[in-house]
Design a protein around this ligand. Structure first.
Ligand SMILES: NC(=O)c1ccc[n+]([C@@H]2O[C@H](COP(=O)([O-])OP(=O)(O)OC[C@H]3O[C@@H](n4cnc5c(N)ncnc54)[C@H](O)[C@@H]3O)[C@@H](O)[C@H]2O)c1
Length: 362
């Protein structure tokens, strides 16, 4: 029989209890302890899970509770110090998004994890969701043609964070999906926004990411909208996808729609754009809670001592983008370029072939 991984969760506010529930549900895991500086949160968890030990002191939690792995779900400003203490205590460490407050902090955490042979995973939850995996599969198969642009809207009223702005809070979900789908790092970024409620904490932002071959992505994030919206449109040269994460079923719809210019024409009368309106269809998606799959992936990586799909490197890529977004915000949307942007190796060979062929064809 497999040895169960002893897991503890640090931070039991809004998101921590969801991690507790999911880790507890997995047979490869024994959820041993939780830690929060707030006694009221610990009391709440002890009524739900009387068998789980509750602690307020993170040092005692890290050193005295016999844990193999630690899950960090505190506000972002504490991620670095708690993750560093966890890794130095020899624990495999799972950090909520975004990984830390700066790329220097991320680099240090990656180095400590590597030096000590520990698994470091960042919770970019959406990469474990079935709709996103389906979209990646469709793009990988080349069904959309060459991606032209991606447009994301993640809007709602609240929840206001005190230590990070809305771009650091909501945009990581979109950024992780975009990087995964396109399989590369942007060459430049800009971001504009405003702080309407808390001084210096932007509650509305518009970010653009620019990629080679004229591809780009836009991300609108807001804590000030009356309606909750979670939408992404992916426009390719052959087909398009609309992904609405709030629909309980039919989250993805694929449109066989495109616009083409005639390859050549002699007179203005001959010039006609060709609009193609084909069928739209909804692929079948097996629904499972993405967070549960992320938790299972962490346990699997611990068992095999392998790199998670969303490891320290992916966490660092995200923070580099968010840092550049913050710098751009300070300069009223001035573009920021990445000098050593070359990031992930192309993941989607077929899509890459299409890209090259279409670029060659002009
Ligand atoms: N993956 C997702 O979809 C998702 C969704 C929501 C939140 N999150 C992330 O989860 C993290 C927590 O967010 P939240 O909304 O639950 O925040 P929260 O403020 O509701 O909860 C944080 C908890 O951490 C506790 N805490 C603070 N400092 C601590 C310390 N030093 N030691 C122990 N406990 C401490 C607080 O008392 C609080 O109970 C953030 O990184 C956030 O970005 C991720």
């Amino acid at each position: 029989m497999k040895k169960q991984v002893a897991v503890g969760v640090l931070g039991c506010g809004y998101w921590g209890p969801l991690l507790v529930r999911n880790f507890r549900s997995l047979p490869d895991c024994r959820l041993k302890a939780v830690c929060d500086v707030n006694m009221a949160r610990l009391k709440h968890l002890s009524t739900l899970y009387p068998d789980v030990e509750g602690m307020t002191d993170s040092q005692q939690f890290l050193h005295d509770s016999g844990l193999d792995a630690v899950v960090i779900a505190t506000p972002v400003k504490h991620h670095y110090s708690l993750a560093k203490a966890s890794l130095l205590a020899g624990k495999h460490t799972f950090i909520e998004k975004p990984m830390a407050s700066s790329s220097a902090e991320c680099e240090e955490l990656i180095e400590i994890a590597q030096r000590n042979g520990l698994v470091l995973m960042i919770d970019h939850t959406f990469l474990y969701s079935a709709p996103v995996q389906k979209i990646a599969e469709i793009v990988q198969a080349g069904d959309l043609g060459r991606i032209r642009y991606i447009n994301c809207r993640r809007l709602n009223l609240g929840l206001f964070q005190k230590d990070i702005n809305v771009a650091w809070d909501l945009a990581p979900h979109d950024i992780s999906i975009i990087l995964h789908i396109l399989g590369e790092f942007p060459t430049a970024i800009n971001c504009q926004g405003n702080a309407h409620i808390t001084p210096d904490v932007e509650d509305v932002t518009n970010m653009s990411l620019f990629f080679p071959q004229k591809r780009f992505a836009t991300i609108q994030s807001s804590w000030l909208e009356p309606r909750k919206i979670r939408e992404m449109t992916i426009v390719g040269t052959r087909r398009m996808i609309v992904y609405d994460d709030l629909r309980t079923r039919e989250k993805i719809r694929i449109y066989d729609a495109r616009v083409e210019r005639p390859p050549h024409y002699d007179t203005f009368a001959e010039f006609q754009y060709s609009y193609h309106y084909g069928d739209s269809y909804i692929p079948h998606i097996q629904q499972e809670e993405p967070l549960k799959l992320a938790c299972q992936h962490f346990l699997d990586c611990i068992e095999t001592l392998s790199q998670p799909i969303t490891g320290g490197r992916q966490g660092l890529e995200m923070i580099r983008i968010l840092e550049a977004a913050s710098a751009s915000l300070k300069m009223h949307g001035a573009p920021m370029t990445f000098s050593n942007g070359a990031a992930p190796a192309p993941r989607f060979a077929k899509a890459e072939e299409i890209l090259q062929a279409e670029a060659f064809a002009g």
